[in-house]
Design a protein around this ligand. Sequence first.
Ligand code: CA
Length: 224
Amino acid sequence: MRLLLVEDHVPLADELLADLARQGYAVDWLADGRDALYQGASEPYDLIILDLGLPGKPGLQVLTEWRAGGLSVPVLILTARGSWAERIEGLKAGADDYLSKPFHPEELQLRIQVLLRRAHGLANQPQLQAAGWLLDEGRQCVRRKGEGEEVELTSAEFRLLRYFMLHAGQILSKSHLAEHLYDGETERDSNVIEVHVNHLRRKIGREMIETRRGQGYRFSGGAV
Ligand code: CA
């Protein structure tokens, strides 16, 4: 999943970037509201974390303009400590959730997971599951529903499987996957995607990921 982090407080941004990378998210970071307004609307983000107090353009204005322009990406706002007015204004402007500073990194992590599941119609799931598999996003491993044995995943396999599970039954091209699994700075090589898909197939079964010639991959195990 690819995230945009908009935060002008550099120590906090550094900490969040490191945390989010450990959780397998590809993150682009911006500190200026004007840059965020443009980039948030032009790159295919899966979720945006938006500080409200920003140079260039206030976060609230950025969010208002995104929503007015039709951007439907989930947005989680970061608000000042104790500012209920900011939280209310943010929610009115179209934020999906908020966190007040300071917050515990694990709370951000769990809220991101919930927002992403909700955005993909899986709001009822306390843990990400699809096509008979349960993904443990904290420990980055997977197991078949009803079985105890866990399958260990590399970071790349985890990122790919999480994306597949959130988009079960959909045909996903290699270039689409590359756009959502790597940040804007990383060179995207769709051959690498092919390698990770093959590794993942060896771990969870070939039949789980179907190849549609000339179109891409479909995660379903033939069930959908
Ligand atoms: Ca700020």
